[in-house]
Design a protein around this ligand. Sequence first.
Ligand code: ADP
Length: 629
Amino acid sequence: MTTQAPEKMEFQTEVRQLLHLMIHALYSNREIFLRELVSNASDALDKARFESLTNADLLGSDTALKIRVEADKENGILRISDNGVGMNREEIIHNIGTIASSGTKKFLESLTGDQKKDANLIGQFGVGFYSAFMVADNVVLTTKRLGEDGSAWRWESTGDGSFTLGEAEKETRGTVIELHLKEDAKEFLDEWRIRNLVTKYSGYLAHPVALVASEGEQKGEEEILNDQKPLWRRPKNEVTAEQHKEFYQHLTHGQDEPMAWSHNRVEGTLEFTTLLYVPGKAPYDLFNPERPHGLALYVKRVFIMNDCKELLPPWLRFMRGVVDSEDLPLNVSRELLQKNTVIRKIHDAAVSKSLNLLETLSKEDPAKYAAFWKEFGAVLKEGFHMNWDHLDELKRLIRFESSRLVAGEYTGLQDYVLNMKDGQKDIFYLTAENRRAAEGSPHLEVFRKKGVEVLYLVDPIDEWVVQTLTEFDGKKLVNAAKGALDLGELSAEEKAREESATGTYGKFMADFAAKMPDMLKEVRVTARLAESPCCLVSGEEDLGANLERILKMSNQTVPESKRTLEINPDHPIIQRLNARFEANPNDPRLPDWYGVLVDQALLAEGSDLKDPAGYVTKVNGLLKDLLEA
Ligand code: ADP
């Protein structure tokens, strides 16, 4: 074998920035480097075990998978080694070299400048390995890939712009990472400190973590620091909240804390364990369709894969956790997963357990549930149009902002019903671009006057939710901006007023509609307005202004639909305009007045004007009249 001289390579720009930060800016909480490296080692052992499932000889005689931590005080080196999969040359370059993961970029964008918070971001974005440079001024990684005959490799860097990569001497598979500790980081050579850190951060790991004595009579002896029973295999009531938190962070490579969890063992025709977590924070790429999701799958304690998407539907993609099955074959493949009935049943159980967990959270801790909703509500809402098996649960879980509550607070449908007025039959909602637009909508006026709560549906997906969510508890969900408004007994008085005014304004309304044939289907009197002179409503069957806006934004062609204009019979503008019409039905300014009123109704509901310049010309013409009068 000819050994080539090590090659010098440049880190990619983002990696360079990240390293610079690790070395110069992030000092607090740097002890997490050990968790990150031990966690990587554990993942490498999982992968080795997995690869050996299909090839029993792969591991040779070295079947005891283990992580070793050794403090070499003499040389100031902390060594973390594993006999896991290791890496070949390409893998090294790809994983810890030239290519910045999209996570690295996002990490850099997310920095707040607050050291503590920023250090906490490290794990979350999959940049864990580089945290070594918080404590080391030189890192040497020697690694040999499992199952490949090729050579071993030595990667070395001082964390400046480059690293070197060359062949190395290493007989056994796996990875050794040598951290040449900085002067001010020598504390991490202290065995007591290491023992504490490993127990604190890595106690739940399924692989043994050994502390190797470096001095004295015990030199070379190994002390196992964890008890290696996978956390989900322990009796439920023996696992502490602190352990769940640590395990969740290992599982997700994150620093957020889970909001809630559910740990269940099912024993029947099928045997499996589910451990589900509701995360505390949404990942930055929650809405990236390519983002992997699902639960980690184990078969009889053996790691099979992360992100097994067959275990949870996309609308529960925020959930994290583990499934460990007794019934699946160990050599289960991706193809097999797709049509496997065992997986299907575990999937159904995981969905029910997730929904139960959320419902319990919503009842026991509404404030926490509101925080959950802020992070993940939009994802859960996708369930309404993707799956009808769980509509009842989803209806109990959905939350909205509303006219009864201040911004940022949510109501559920059960609470809405409890707050309904005597005589109110329906559940009312408005769809709008945002809360401000909903609050400013003329359609809200009568509800405000009557003290009737209106839900604000201000998330684009809400338009699709209400296609499926049409009733709750026997009450219809009614769009407050569509069709003729029926407030039932609540508006008997207004109904009478509508009828009497319809006679008064009959001719005027016919003229109004006739002069705007492209825009208007009809002009009618309404009792729904208090302050505004008029508003536009859509037909029950039409898309509605908000949905039209959303569709246009995504460049879809929207069929033109005519609208109904409703006028407020008690508004002075309407009254005077009617008088002007009666005095002279051919008044040349009438079309401008009509046009301005319609355009203003469009603006009030948050729609765009078809001809903004035309609107300005009309308004200016009317202002000129006023000034000259
Ligand atoms: P993450 O672990 O979140 O993917 P890291 O920066 O910690 O991010 O590691 C990058 C990659 O380097 C890992 O995904 C893995 O492929 C590889 N790696 C790191 N440590 C080891 C190890 N001890 N053995 C094998 N591969 C490793």
